[in-house]
Design a protein around this ligand. Structure first.
Ligand SMILES: [Zn+2]
Ligand SMILES: [Zn+2]
Length: 111
């Protein structure tokens, strides 16, 4: 049984670009529900229960928006997501280090 916590990380795409954005909650673009993150390396929507591995998601944030300011949804690299989750101090203080190690193992780096 996966253990889920409220997702609160900086933007993984911006990590790939060397930019450390504020750690925030993330919402599901499909329905606006808040997202949870599991040690099975899935995001799960609190509202519609959509659940999928982190490699399948894209991120939109104001710091990597388009030239006219529109939100652009982009995939992150595995390294960018690992960095964003590992440095999420408040979230990791809730999840604990053992959860983080399980997450990183299930996240994989072949995507
Ligand atoms: Zn970003
Ligand atoms: Zn949803």
């Amino acid at each position: 049984m996966a253990k889920y916590f409220k997702l609160r990380i900086s933007c993984p795409v911006c990590h790939d670009n060397g930019l450390n954005t504020p750690q925030t909650g993330w919402s599901h673009n499909g329905c606006g529900g808040a997202l949870n993150i599991g040690d099975n390396a899935h995001y799960q929507c609190q509202s519609c229960s959509y659940d999928s591995h982190v490699k399948n998601w894209k991120y939109g944030c104001p710091s990597h928006s388009g030239s006219s300011g529109e939100i652009v949804y982009k995939k992150s690299s595995p390294a960018g997501l690992a960095a964003a989750v590992s440095t999420a101090g408040q979230m990791v203080s809730e999840t604990g280090v053992a959860w983080l190690q399980t997450f990183l193992g299930n996240m994989g780096d072949d995507w």
